[in-house]
Design a protein around this ligand. Structure first.
Ligand SMILES: Cc1cc2nc3c(=O)[nH]c(=O)nc-3n(C[C@H](O)[C@H](O)[C@H](O)COP(=O)(O)OP(=O)(O)OC[C@H]3O[C@@H](n4cnc5c(N)ncnc54)[C@H](O)[C@@H]3O)c2cc1C
Length: 464
């Protein structure tokens, strides 16, 4: 990240649309390059770490991957300790998490991958607190951005905002002029329509949908329940096992229990059916664990989980003064826990691009270069998420090719080896945590032991 050097300030005023994770991180890096930055959010932020309407996914487990946490710590020094002080559970991902991969139980051993496990609202509120304390950053809450301003041709020079609850023609409308507008408004972003209104062509989209749903509730343990693990993850293993679940520790001595089902085998939100679904997973450990817990919240469902990639990088013309980041560009099937970390990687990319801003500011050519950089950065994460989803025959949007099928066969052997071999297991976890590229799984240190194979009888039939 650039040093906060006043000479590095290149623009007067930037506006960010959306105050969720991608918007907050974008705002933080913009503050190193602009005199003032305003985040416009349609919600009123809750006091403390409460839920809010604009981020309904906050009711579901959110895993903060190692790469994402490292970037957050760079942007907000001391954040990890603050999260732990607020009750986040320090989770050693190779020792404390009982993980049933498609090929068996992961071998358990201590490693340096120790990350805070917590609720999404707690994480977002602590990031927001840092942003709010920054002298160049401010919020406009309870206002929708309803359009882009482009007073001088087709370049963007601000946004139109309207107070929540007001309809068109009722007032409550204001224009904010800005040198740069960053759209971080998530999956439902209206940038494709806004760009078309300015005369730009339609944005191509790739959608790969495994039709996965979540059902989640928060539980507390009954007295005496000490399972010998901090978290439990039963991965779906398509095409044979389309169901999975996670028991995720969060602040306050509670666990979030999330069930997932692919191929429209959506988990239910009715109590009895929820328990029956949990009982149907491919190990009894999950069901036995939640029988030792008491449910504290209603069961919430969620089904908008398709991988959605908007190809802004392909547009041949791009407006000055405008970029798009986060889920608004590339949203992943959340079951792989990548969205917030990809947003963090995108914020670093934005910081790098802002460092290259010339005296003429955020021109269309600059914005176009940034969208291409971001697309390249997202590509490997997209590959991991969609590659896994395409193993389910019910997934729509693409078909696995011969190379993919070859790779699946190899990965199955890697996963099998990772049930007995800590070195292979560690590399798998590092790849899934976006610390290493997927190509690390082809390194000779992984390839040779993988090719030696493991007979299923020597892999762990039970968690160890
Ligand atoms: C069920 C589920 C589970 C997930 N689990 C994980 C996980 O384990 N790990 C992980 O890293 N990620 C996970 N994710 C993904 C993660 O939530 C997102 O990737 C992350 O929040 C970054 O998204 P974002 O900030 O781009 O958009 P969002 O989080 O969708 O936020 C968009 C924001 O913009 C605001 N907004 C929208 N339109 C306007 C407008 N016109 N004007 C003003 N404000 C507007 C919204 O109110 C909201 O605050 C999960 C997602 C889901 C759905």
């Amino acid at each position: 990240m650039s040093k906060r050097d006043p000479l590095a300030i290149r623009g007067e005023y930037a506006v960010v649309i959306g105050g969720s994770v991608a918007g907050l991180l974008a705002a933080r890096v913009l503050a190193d390059h602009f005199e003032r930055v305003t985040v416009v959010e349609r919600d009123h932020f809750p006091a403390g770490d409460g839920m809010r309407k604009g981020v309904p996914q906050g009711l579901h487990p959110h895993v903060l991957l190692a790469r994402g946490r490292e970037i957050l710590e760079t942007l907000f020094p001391g954040l990890t300790d603050e999260l732990v002080a607020a009750g986040a559970v320090r989770m050693n991902f190779t020792a404390d998490l009982l993980n049933l991969s498609p090929m068996g139980w992961g071998v358990r051993f201590p490693s340096a991958i120790i990350e805070p496990a917590l609720t999404r609202p707690l994480l977002e509120s602590r990031i927001r607190r840092h942003v709010a304390a920054h002298p160049r950053l401010s919020f406009v809450e309870g206002c929708d951005v309803v359009g882009l301003l482009a007073a001088h041709g087709r370049d963007v020079d601000g946004v139109r905002i309207r107070q929540r609850g007001q309809t068109e023609g009722e007032g409550g409308v204001e224009d904010l002029a800005a040198n740069l507008v960053v759209d971080a408004s998530g999956r439902t972003s209206r940038s494709p329509q806004w760009l078309q209104e300015l005369g730009y062509p339609a944005v191509a989209e790739t959608v790969i949908n495994s039709f996965l749903g979540y059902s989640t509730a928060t539980f507390e343990p009954l007295a005496g329940f000490e399972p010998g693990w901090k978290g439990l993850y039963i991965q779906p293993a398509p095409p044979t096992h389309l169901r999975g679940g996670v028991i995720w520790p969060v602040e306050g001595g509670r666990w979030m229990v999330g069930l997932v089902g692919m191929a429209r085998d959506y988990p239910p939100t009715d109590e009895a059916e929820f328990m029956a679904f949990a009982r149907s997973l491919r190990t009894p450990i999950f069901y036995e664990a939640i029988r030792n817990m008491r449910r504290l919240t209603p069961i919430a469902g969620y089904r908008t989980t398709e991988n959605r990639l908007r190809h802004y990088e392909r547009l041949v013309a791009w407006p000055g003064g405008f970029v798009v980041v986060g889920d608004a560009v590339c949203a992943f099937n959340p079951v792989y826990g990548q969205g917030m970390s990809a947003a963090a990687m995108g914020a670093l990319e934005l910081d790098g691009a802002l460092g290259e801003l010339a005296a003429d500011g955020a021109t269309g050519a600059w914005g176009q270069r940034f969208q291409k950089r971001l697309a390249a950065r997202n590509a490997s994460v997209w590959q991991l998420a969609t590659g896994a989803d395409l193993r389910s025959p019910a997934t729509e949007g693409a078909l696995p090719g011969p190379l993919d099928r070859l790779m699946y066969r190899y990965l199955d052997r890697v996963f099998l080896r990772s049930t007995v071999d800590p070195q292979v297991a560690l590399t798998v976890v590092e790849v899934l945590h976006l610390q290493k590229p997927a190509s690390a799984l082809l390194h000779p240190r992984i390839l040779w032991p993988t090719l030696q194979g493991v007979s299923r009888s020597t892999s762990h039939p039970q968690p160890t």
